[in-house]
Design a protein around this ligand. Structure first.
Ligand SMILES: C[S@@+](CC[C@H](N)C(=O)[O-])C[C@H]1O[C@@H](n2cnc3c(N)ncnc32)[C@H](O)[C@@H]1O
Length: 421
């Protein structure tokens, strides 16, 4: 399915953004690679969406048709992942892709065709700020790495919020200011050099400038950004040479979301936004943990220093949905990890090691963890897993150990729950 391609009528700043992504579609992708691998990630991984936005109840279960918008879909990573995951679970979905850039759309379309997924996808060229409402309302909106490039991000988020169904939600990503130290210095240097405003000339000057920077420069010293080194020309341009680009601190993320009539449900990964991840001093934590979520998260961001992107899920502010809790009827399942391998390693060491952008965090897990982990199969409830133990541990002790183990793995985005089906 495809809309007539017409050039959008955008203000100046959007013209520059569109011109950039016409020349350097982002991220660089070759449709042939679809034969080898599926790019997965956050936001938009469906298990994650169901957990954080729909309280563990998949809105596409029982043959119910749902509508998804990928706003600023670029070369198609989230679009392909969402379409493929929908087909794998035999769900009825209609996915609308909107992007300003024709050349990005061509790559996204070729990837979708390569997987024979075109039946459920509608491609639209234009600005989602004008068009989201026309194609909605949506159950889920994915907008990753886009809102911070809009001339008016608040208007962009509001347009998306207005295109959501009352129980719908969004997976968003905006840049984090602290982890990107040096990026904005580079952009300022380009301004001071009166660099060309676009195209290859701008790229060449940017590369020459970057190569000439001394080792003391903040960008050269920042190990947390690497698109300019690993992402080819489009990665270099997107990270360092953008002309419509801003970053957010945690407090600004909350203000941004609340202004649009939304509620921030959770950051990904939750552990990164928790001061106890970074500090074990009780005299500090006594003051740090008994404060609202927003304040804890803002402190954690300052402590960590390595948050380059804020990934988070939002719902409408009046929607009180919460992620499922680890009671006896919940069914735990793994995401992104091999449960059997984790069980073996926890049996040996008693802990799990998690890596977050250059930071390694070790967390001990309770003694029953290996036995629980080997019995998790995505179908058994916590109660059924308990019944499989021989001899059976004390019920309350088992529940407490499950809850501790789950809180660590869920905060690392490695385990979710769904209600018994
Ligand atoms: C950094 S890329 C991100 C692409 C994709 N979301 C991803 O994460 O891989 C930003 C994309 O947003 C698109 N974009 C920017 N402003 C837009 C707008 N107002 N409407 C639609 N697309 C927009 C650009 O054309 C570009 O493809």
């Amino acid at each position: 399915m495809s809309e007539t391609r017409k050039k959008p009528d955008e203000p100046k700043a959007s013209d520059k953004t569109r011109a950039q992504y016409e020349t350097f579609p982002y991220p660089a992708r070759d449709p042939k690679d679809e034969d080898q691998r599926l790019v997965v990630g956050s936001p938009g991984n469906w298990d994650e969406v169901v957990h954080f936005i729909f309280g563990g109840h998949d809105p596409s279960a029982n043959d119910k048709k749902i509508k998804i918008l990928v706003a600023g879909g670029g070369t198609g990573d989230a679009l392909v992942m969402l379409a493929q995951q929908a087909r794998d679970r035999k769900a009825k979905v209609e996915i609308v892709y909107i992007d300003l850039s024709e050349s990005s759309r061509e790559i996204a379309e070729a990837r979708i065709k390569r997987r024979n997924l075109e039946k459920n996808v509608k491609f639209v060229t234009g600005s989602f700020v004008d068009l989201a409402g026309k194609y909605g309302p949506f159950d889920y909106i994915d907008c990753c790495g886009v809102l911070h490039h809009l001339p008016d991000p608040d208007a962009g988020l509001k347009a998306l919020a207005d295109a959501l169904k009352p129980k719908g939600g969004m997976g968003l990503m905006v840049y984090g200011e602290l982890g990107r130290i040096g990026v904005y210095h580079m952009q300022e240097m380009m301004d001071r050099l009166s660099a060309e405003t676009g195209g290859r000339k701008r790229l060449n000057l940017g590369k020459a400038l970057f190569d000439s920077l001394p080792g003391t420069n903040w960008l050269k010293r920042n190990p947390f950004v690497n698109d300019h080194i690993q992402g080819g020309d489009s990665g270099f341009y997107d990270l360092l040479l953008h002309q419509q680009d801003r970053a957010y601190r945690v407090d600004e993320v909350f203000d941004f979301v609340e202004k649009a009539g939304l509620r921030l449900q959770q950051f990904i990964e939750p552990m990164r936004y928790d001061p106890t991840t970074y500090c074990s001093r009780h005299d500090v934590l006594d003051k740090a943990v008994h404060v609202p979520f927003r304040k804890r998260a803002a402190l954690a961001e300052l402590m960590a220093g390595n948050i380059t992107k804020h990934l988070f899920y939002v719902v409408k502010s009046e929607n009180k949905v919460k992620p499922p809790v680890p009671d006896r009827n919940a069914v735990p399942f793994f995401v992104r990890i091999d449960g059997a391998a984790l069980a073996r390693s926890v049996a040996k060491t008693g802990h799990i090691k998690i890596n977050f952008t250059g930071l390694s965090v070790t967390r001990s897990l309770p003694p029953a963890s290996p036995g629980i982990l080997t019995r998790i199969n995505g179908k058994r409830t916590v109660g059924q897993i308990y019944e499989m133990f021989d001899p059976r541990p004390d019920k309350y002790e088992f529940d407490a150990q499950f809850a501790v183990m789950y809180s660590v793995l869920n905060a690392a985005n490695l385990m979710y729950l769904h209600p018994e089906r």
